[in-house]
Write a protein that binds this ligand. Structure first.
Ligand code: SPV
Ligand code: MG
Length: 543
């Protein structure tokens, strides 16, 4: 349905054999939220559009200001929007211009009501609800229908007879006249807390043309009743704004009272959810398509990401793809890692893939395959990766399941040593998490006062006695241009020893430390995440 013109989509809703529901929205964001929830149409409510502008529902916002809002709503959605056009903002002439402008801005339908400009919201004081002259209003309807260029644009005529206390006879008289004047549907409104007026009208009206209702006041009636009486469309007319108001009032109050974000953070939408709703991912994709490939910062090292293993611990998530391609938030883990590299000017990124290698297909990355992934370890992938090409500017090696903040990369390169690893002093956090941890013992423990003394790796292993642990390796290694050939030579030696076939990267780092290749340690604190469990996948989305 979504592929047809919005005016056609709206027509189909009016003609549907089912009872259809459309939902209020008051700006682009709320319109998108309504569509995402599944609504096949959006109501551009006069009440809530004016309210979100901070003015009354009395035509205080000019019609062009309303038009600007409804244009954002139409742009933000692929389902049709019907604007609540109040009384049409003037006479027949103003209605004609309104219809043409709505068509130009992608709005599928307009509803106009038979009251006088400036109107008053239907739920405010019945005696202040003077009705329009029937013939004058019929002239507006005819003018609107004559003005539309697209045959499928819909005009809904809203009858306010019940709102003005004029009863069923007047409601019938008006609905009949508006139908004869060419309205595509009748919106019958009622301010009672029971649906009696609406149901009485439906019994008299039959199925002469589609009827739309707004059960704001008679909200407790089950929708089945409307279905049985032949109502075609229900408008939930103000509920997104009302829920937003409650949420905002609570947030503002708690923030003001507690001066703390701690409690709220869990309750409110994340910043990345805002980005998602704004369509940030589509822009990122477009940048890759339309912007020239970033040459990377001059002299920047390359990156080598080891992503050949499946990650069994993520169970069904890794049935058809390796861990590196599991979605975290809006994109695969590997895309987050590539973005971290690119943000520091590292754009030459090579990925060693193995398990389900065909699923590792992000653009603008280089690939090396470790087809022996099933019975080899990461050291084998590293050996293959380093052997695949030259690394004239050096290389940062990392894992396909480790997220890190970009400052860590900058830090590694700034040190100036040939081989540098980051070590997290917050290693206690990892105890009892039941995952593989690489504990590190160094030449000096972390010291706040001697933070710039060079520290070297002595030993890295998962079963270091607690008293010897100085930190946890973060899974990154920087190799300077000069270090690369030396490391490759050692990897060649290690590769020749069969027991190293399943070895991991710490085996190399221990070998380097034990031979004449100092491994410089930089102590850091947090700011990385090893995705080892389903919980980690969820946490990583907020990283
Ligand atoms: C609106 O949503 O602005 C409406 C419906 O016109 S009501 O507020 O019930 O009048
Ligand atoms: Mg209104």
């Amino acid at each position: 349905m979504q592929s047809s013109k919005k005016t056609t989509q709206f027509r189909k809703l009016l003609a549907s054999a089912e009872l259809e529901f459309i939902c209020e929205a008051h700006n682009g964001l709320s319109a998108r939220i309504a569509e995402e929830a599944g609504f096949r149409g959006v109501w551009g409510s006069g009440l809530t559009i004016s309210a979100q502008l901070g003015v009354r529902d009395n035509n205080e916002a000019s019609w062009t200001q309303v038009m600007d809002v409804v244009e954002f709503m139409a742009d933000a959605t692929s389902v049709p929007v019907m604007l609540d056009g109040d009384t049409g903002y003037g006479n027949f002439n103003n209605v004609q211009r309104l219809v043409r402008k709505l068509e130009q801005r992608g709005v599928a339908a307009v509803c106009i009501e038979d009251k006088l400009f400036p109107k008053t919201n239907s739920f405010i004081a019945g005696e202040r609800q003077p009705l329009a002259d029937i013939d004058e209003f019929c002239g507006k309807i005819k003018a609107a229908k004559d003005a539309q260029h697209d045959d499928e644009f819909s005009l809904v005529a809203r009858v306010e007879a019940f709102i003005a206390g004029r009863g069923l006879k007047e409601a019938m008289r008006r609905a009949g006249a508006y139908h004869d004047a060419g309205a595509d549907a009748i919106l019958m409104h009622s301010a009672l807390s029971v649906p009696d007026e609406i149901l009485a009208f439906m019994r008299e009206w039959g199925d002469r043309c589609p009827v739309v209702i707004v059960p704001t006041k008679y909200y407790s009636t089950p929708v089945e009743v409307y279905r049985e009486h032949g109502v075609r469309m229900v408008i939930w007319a103000n509920h997104l704004l009302r829920s937003a108001i409650s949420a905002m009032q609570n947030t503002a109050r708690v923030l003001h009272e507690t001066q703390s974000l701690a409690k709220l953070e869990q309750e409110i939408a994340s910043v990345s959810e805002i980005f998602r709703l704004q369509g940030a991912q589509a822009l990122e994709d477009a940048e890759r398509r339309y912007l020239p490939e970033s040459p990377g910062a001059p002299g920047a090292p390359a990156a080598l990401v080891l992503a050949a293993s499946r990650g069994e611990e993520l169970r069904e998530l890794t049935e058809d793809k390796p861990k590196a391609m599991v979605r975290v938030g809006d994109k695969p883990l590997l895309a987050h890692i590539a973005a971290s590299y690119r943000s520091t000017g590292i754009s030459d990124i090579t990925v060693v893939r193995g398990y389900r290698k065909e699923a590792v297909d992000l653009p603008d990355l280089h690939y090396v395959d470790n087809d022996d992934y099933a019975d080899t370890g990461e050291l084998h992938s590293l050996w293959k990766g380093l052997a695949s090409r030259e690394w004239p500017n050096g290389v940062v090696v990392s894992y396909g399941d480790v997220l890190f903040r970009k400052y860590v990369l900058e830090y590694l390169r700034e040190i100036g040593d040939a081989i540098v690893i980051p070590v997290d002093t917050q290693w206690q956090d990892s105890v009892n998490r039941g995952r593989d941890v690489d504990y590190v013992n160094c030449s000096l423990p972390y010291s706040r006062t001697h933070y710039n003394r060079p520290v070297l790796l002595r030993k890295m292993t998962g079963d270091l006695p607690q008293g010897e642990i100085h930190g946890e390796w973060m899974g990154l290694v920087y190799l300077s241009p000069a270090a690369v050939p030396a490391v490759r030579a050692i990897l060649d030696q290690m590769h020749a020893e069969p027991r190293n076939r399943t070895a991991k990267v710490p085996a190399l780092l221990n070998r380097l430390a034990a031979t004449d290749h100092p491994v410089r340690v930089v102590y850091t604190s947090g700011n990385w995440l090893d995705v080892d469990s389903l919980d980690d996948v969820v946490n990583a989305a907020g990283f």
